[in-house]
Each structure stands twice: as C-alpha cells, then as structure tokens.
Design a protein around this ligand. Structure first.
Ligand code: GDG
Length: 485
C-alpha cells in the first residue's frame, strides 16, 4: 500500500523514540487523523528532521493496539510501533514513568519497582529495536532517544554491527548512589553501552553515567571514553560519553513575535486579566518535577503577607495535562488544584483570579502570546533535564523586556547564567527572587535578557543536533559489512 514499505533499509538517519512526532486519532467516521504529539522531544527533533533527506522516525503512534502502516509525513518516513494496553500500563506508565522517571529525578517521589514492569520494558524495547534495525541504510545512523528505550542501542547492535548508534538521554542521569537502587541496573548500563556515543544534557549527568559504568560494571574509563570488553571473540569497543545541552528552534520562536495577530493576542491577554501592572507566568506539564507546589507556596505567602497586591499582579499557571493515569500525577493534580482554589478564595478580587490556572494545552502561537505578555516567567523545577520553557521565553523576548527566574536544578541553569537563579526548596529565597524580579528596573532586565538571548539564539536545536551527529560520525568504528538483519 504505502510507498515506504517498498524501500526499507534506505534511511541514512533513523530516529527511534517512544512517540512518533504525530499521534493518530480516530475520527467518528473511522478515518484516521494525525496531530502533532506534545512534549519537549518532539518540539526539539521536528525542526531537525525537516532538514534531513531520507530520514525515518520509529515510534508509538499514541493509541493502543494494532500499529498503523508506515507512512510519509513532513518529508520523513514514519514507522509506527505497536503498543497494547498492557504495554502502555507496564512498560510506559509503569517502568518508564513510575520507576525510571522518579529515580532519575532524584526520587522526588518514591520510585516503584515491580518485576512484571521490567519484563514489559524488555519486550517493548525489543519491539522498538526490531522495528528500527531493518530500516537503516547500510552503514547508516540510528539515533535512539530517552529513558524509555535504554536497552535499544545494544539490541540494535546485536542485529546491525554496520550502523552507527547514538543515544541521547533527555532527562537527568542520577548519581550512582541513587541509580544503584534500580533492580537490573547493569542491564540498563549494558543496553546503553550498545551505542557508539551516549549523550546527556549536563556535564553532571555525563559524569554520573561514567561513575556508574566504572563502579557497577568495572569498565575502564579514560576521560569521556569507556572501553567495553567484547563478548567471546569480539574485539574491545570504545564508547564516547558527551554533553549536548538541547535547545529550541530559536529563530522560529523569535520570528513568531513579529506576527501582528500574536502581538494583538498578547495585548488582549493583558486586557482580559484586568490590565494588571505585572503578569507572571508558569508553564509546565503537570509534573512533580516542575516545582509547581513550591511556586504556589511562595506565591500564596507573598499574598498572605501583603508583599504582592492581587489587583496589580496576576500569575498565570499553565499545567498541561500529563500522565493522568499514573497515581502520583493524580495526587499532584489534586494538591495543585486545592492550593489554587484556596489562594483564589482568599485573595482574588471579585471577578478576577489571583492565580489564573489553566489545566489544558495551548497551541504554539498562544504560548508565544503568553510569553510576550509575561513580565516574569517562573521555572522552579526540582530537577529537570534541560527545560525548554526557559529557552522559549528568552527567544520570545526580542524586546529585551522580562525576567526569567530559573531553578539551579534545571539543566538550563548551566547555560542561562544571567537568569535570576534560585533554589526552589528555599521558599524564602524563592519569594525574594520573585519580588526582586517584579521590581527589576528596565535597564537591568535588558542587560540580563541580552546575555540570555545571545546564548539561546547562538545555540539552537539545529546546532545541538548537528553537534551530536558530527560527534557520532567521529566515534566508534563500525564494521564495513552489513550483518544480516
Ligand atoms: C523533557 C525533559 C527537556 C508545554 N505546554 C504546552 C506546550 N508545552 C511545550 C513547551 C516545551 C515543551 O512542551 C516542554 O518541554 P520541557 O523541556 O519544558 O519539559 P519536558 O516535557 O519535561 O521535556 C526536559 C526536554 O525533554 C527536551 O530534551 O528539556 O528537561 O523533561 O516546548 O513549550 N506546548 C504547547 N501547548 C502547551 O500547552 N503547544
């Protein structure tokens, strides 16, 4: 049926990620509609893949059951991977999001370990590897993404010794003392070491991974190079570890701010909120790693002690629905909504919110309008691989107005040194940072924003992908002959 099926094994670059960049949605008449799927990885990779000829993307289409046939979209070939309801519950919601996610984010909530989930993780990883291995061209490149697929690099290598394999972890890699809790931890490390290049967001993530490999597997580590002994007669392999801070399509985001419709929308938003002097914005997936509770606690106290007048200053909190079937996310939602309700009950002027809480997602243009309307953006993550929202705010301010409050626990803090950096656990410090940001004189805002923009505009997501792929090409020593698939 579809043309892509007739030419497998021809893709020079194959991306493998849990999700395809589009989700399938079944319409009432039974037809399938494709919509861009949410999240940081898709936002990042979409613009990169558009510039590559003969690119393929392997991933889940977002609905349980039978995978759709491969198809072409946005100039690449998409290869859907099947996940059944049980895979979704055990591999995705279970092992990925209730075991690995909290463990890799410094156990902000307790990770759950269930043996059945691991079995599912293994099976699902095998399915992704089996889908990806045959579509790469001889000597091609396969780029595996994120914590859901850590076993895939090794599984692909077992089938295709001719391809270069890269892995990039979008979330933090934990200190070895925490990582060691994970049952089957060595299988995860061996899975990752199937890659020629393993990339992380921050230098500390790379160092944590190297320490885990040294301490738990006993491999020789020299600088950022790991020597992986061959099994049986196979020769020793070298695996490179390197830091690649991810970014955004900076010029595209910046260009949106020129759109007259979006500018008018930003002005309208301010009027809708009753023309406050200051608008403060938080925009996150509703996730316990994002520090939304800490932010609301600080905000509530500032209203309680009269430091902020709700007639002058409004906070918008966008909490994009996320992982709603995972228990800790349900709890978080309840807690956040209780807190917002209390704050509004005590402090909101008649007919206007003190906290404008939005539990739904917005399109990209609306997000830009919100960034343009925001005088201060709060990124208070307790742990975050990078945090693209911080970079999107900076890219949305060619006018050099606005203040970014940024948690030192977000990867972005390594680069965005001119932000108002905070420890979100220290509520007093967070309150002081918010007040300082609200009172910051325009010249000081401009100076900081100029420096932040320099960083974000020069280091965009195309630069990130280019760096990764260039280093991947330079690493490893793939054999010439394609192994039978
Ligand atoms: C993971 C890592 C890392 C959010 N709400 C809406 C919306 N978004 C967009 C944001 C941003 C993306 O989703 C979220 O990216 P983040 O980086 O902030 O966070 P995660 O989803 O946790 O992403 C993270 C990232 O991967 C990339 O490596 O930075 O650390 O956790 O682009 O703008 N977009 C739209 N409507 C919304 O309501 N359109």
């Amino acid at each position: 049926s579809s043309s892509v099926q007739d030419r497998p094994g021809e893709h020079e670059l194959v991306v493998v990620a849990n999700r395809l960049p589009v989700d399938s949605r079944t319409l009432p008449d039974g037809a399938t509609e494709w919509v861009t799927s949410p999240g940081g990885l898709v936002t990042a990779m979409e613009s990169v893949m558009r510039t590559i000829d003969s690119g393929a993307w392997v991933g889940w289409a977002g609905a349980p059951g039978e995978a759709p046939e491969p198809f072409d979209a946005d100039g690449m070939s998409l290869y859907p991977v099947r996940l059944d309801q049980e895979d979704i519950e055990r591999y995705y919601e279970g092992y990925s999001n209730a075991t690995l996610w909290p463990l890799y984010h410094d156990v902000i909530v307790a990770p759950e370990f269930h043996r059945g989930w691991w079995d599912s993780y293994l099976t699902a990883n095998r399915r992704f590897a089996a889908a990806a291995a045959p579509v790469a061209a001889p000597g091609g490149t396969i780029w595996v993404h994120d914590y859901q697929l850590q076993l895939v690099p090794r599984m692909i290598r077992d089938r295709r010794s001719d391809v270069r394999i890269g892995f990039f972890n979008h979330i933090p890699f934990p200190p070895v003392e925490l990582f060691s809790q994970l049952p089957k931890r060595n299988s995860i490390l061996r899975g990752l070491l199937g890659a020629d290049l393993v990339g992380f967001q921050r230098e500390s993530d790379s160092l944590n991974f190297l320490a885990a490999v040294r301490k738990l597997l006993g491999h020789h580590v020299d600088g950022m190079t790991i020597s992986v002994p061959g099994i049986g007669a196979a020769p020793m392999r070298e695996v490179q570890v390197q830091t690649f801070p991810i970014s955004i399509d900076s010029s595209a985001v910046s260009a949106l701010t020129e759109d007259p419709e979006i500018r008018e929308r930003a002005a309208q938003l301010r009027r809708d909120l009753g023309d406050p002097e200051k608008i403060v914005l938080g925009a996150d997936r509703l996730d316990y790693t994002k520090g939304i509770r800490h932010r609301l606690k600080a905000w509530g106290e500032l209203l309680d002690d009269g430091s902020i007048d709700p007639h002058d200053t409004v906070i918008i909190q966008i909490a994009t629905p996320s992982r709603e079937r995972v228990e800790s996310y349900r709890q978080l939602r309840d807690e956040v909504e209780l807190t917002v309700g209390r704050i509004n009950g005590e402090h909101a002027p008649l007919g206007r919110p003190a906290v404008s809480y939005q539990h739904h997602s917005f399109d990209r243009r609306e997000m830009t309008a919100l960034f343009m309307a925001a005088d201060v953006v709060l990124v208070t993550a307790l742990r975050d691989g990078m945090n693209l929202v911080a970079k999107e705010y900076v890219a949305s301010r060619p006018d050099l107005h606005g203040v970014l409050v940024l948690s030192e626990f977000a990867g972005a803090a390594d680069e965005l040194r001119a932000a108002v950096l905070v420890n979100p656990h220290d509520i007093d410090e967070l309150k002081a940072a918010i007040l300082r940001s609200l009172a910051m004189p325009p010249e000081e805002q401009e100076e900081a924003m100029r420096s932040l923009r320099h960083q974000v505009m020069e280091h965009d997501v195309q630069f990130w992908a280019h760096q990764f792929l260039e280093n991947l090409t330079a690493s490893g020593s793939p054999e010439q002959e394609a192994a039978p698939v």
